[in-house]
Design a protein around this ligand. Structure first.
Ligand SMILES: *Cc1c(COP(=O)(O)O)cnc(C)c1O
Length: 395
């Protein structure tokens, strides 16, 4: 039986106990021991100069932001990264006091006021945005300096000022009232590739930008460049902070980086068998009869579907785990339910637990398996689970 507690901020919850099968039809299970292990491994792999930022944007990649943030901070992370102002506020409302960097762009007076009020730390991407910040802080009469982070574009072509204008930009921000530069950073476009050519060029540009800034005679603030892949790939990219998302959740950004560190997947996706029946040879299953029983078979209905985040395009292509056996999913995945061929378990009972992602005995299905099948990346799989699924934390 699991000792479980629900992650705050999600739906009401009953103890998730294998026997009380009526309590949940489907849920996401978050293994906090695995999370803590991953963060300890990551923190332990860094030099004393480098701090670990746990990236908890998008509700901690679908794992539940507040609980993940608390566990990460207890396990060796000292910074948190989010994408938006509401994500930062959610952490503060959850009682978290660690520094929170907003990785996305913020512009509006409402956003700027909230940043000041909740002591969040914005990313400044352009001179125009920096001026808006200074002016808005003045207008609202906020006179305590806020910590800001200068974003340079060294080749991602996403947020940031072009690296060649780094010195000018830093000088401008330095001259503005109520803004303190806490860090200068950039983001890598190809860190998960085995070919390091582009990553090395971005590294070189970042170094040149820093040299320009140093030449102004200013004392350098924190510097950071690495996401998970760069953190695992090359310690020269670590600088003062590494911004790690995926590895915190126990997944590797690329196959060639799997031997760098020991990680354990944190998330498991589970549901229950809601009905079991026998169907005759030739019987069609689910919408469109995309599966026809080739023989008499035992079919289980499972209480999870595409409205929970199981991609419909996995229909007839995915497997599930029941009683440690790997079983084929059959027929079109529907909004709330899907079917599996359970002929090898003739005595399967309604209420038994089905693992869609995770491990049972020797069998394992990972977000990477789904991502490969769907021609996407594990990040997208993790972020895809809807809030209809309660997040159940296990210790
Ligand atoms: C999301 C994000 C990260 C974390 O990326 P992972 O590959 O999941 O480690 C780091 N930095 C920035 C700017 C990001 O947007």
């Amino acid at each position: 039986m699991l000792s479980s507690k629900q992650i705050p901020g999600i739906t009401a919850h009953q103890e998730c106990d294998t026997y009380a099968w009526f309590s949940q039809r489907a849920w996401v299970e978050i293994d906090l021991a695995a999370l803590s292990h991953n963060v300890q491994q990551l923190a332990g792999s860094l030099s004393p100069r480098t701090q670990l930022m746990a990236v908890v944007k998008a509700d901690a990649y679908g794992h539940g932001a507040v609980t993940v943030a608390q566990t990460a901070l207890q396990s060796g992370a000292s910074w948190l990264g989010v994408a938006t102002v509401p994500e930062g506020i959610q952490l503060r409302e959850g009682g978290i006091q660690a520094p929170v960097l907003i990785l996305g762009a913020t512009h509006t007076p409402e956003q700027i006021q909230a940043i000041a009020q909740w002591q969040l730390q914005p990313t400044l991407c352009s001179p125009k945005q920096a001026l808006v910040f200074a002016k808005t802080l003045q207008t609202i009469g906020f006179n305590t300096p806020i910590s800001v982070h200068i974003k340079l574009d060294t080749g991602m072509s996403r947020l940031g000022t072009n690296w060649e204008q780094a010195a000018e930009f830093v000088q401008l921000v330095q001259g503005l009232p109520n803004l303190t530069i806490a860090s200068i950073y950039s983001h890598l476009a190809t860190a998960d590739s085995a070919d390091t050519t582009i990553m090395k060029e971005q590294h070189r540009r970042f170094e040149l930008a820093i040299a320009q800034i140093k030449a102004l005679g200013m004392k350098l603030p924190c510097l950071h460049l690495a996401n998970t892949a760069a953190t695992l790939a090359d310690a020269q990219l670590h600088y003062d902070i590494v911004r790690v998302g995926l590895a915190v959740y126990g997944l590797y950004p690329a196959a060639h980086l799997q031997n760098t560190i020991n990680l354990q997947p944190v998330l498991q996706l589970k549901a229950r068998v809601t009905q079991v029946k026998t169907i005759a040879p030739g019987t069609g299953v689910s919408y469109g009869h995309q599966f026809i029983a080739p023989r008499e078979l035992r079919l289980a209905v499972v209480g999870i579907g595409y409205a929970d985040g199981v991609p419909r395009s996995l229909s007839n292509k995915m497997q599930v785990l029941i009683r440690g056996q790997r079983l084929q999913q059959i027929g079109t995945i529907t909004m709330d339910q899907l079917m599996a061929d359970v002929s090898t378990i003739p005595d399967l009972q309604e209420g038994e637990v089905v693992t869609l992602l995770g491990q049972q005995g020797q069998e394992k299905i990972s977000a990477d398996d789904w991502a490969n099948e769907l021609n996407t990346i594990s990040w997208e799989i993790l972020c895809g689970f809807k809030h209809r699924l309660p997040r159940v934390a296990i210790m």
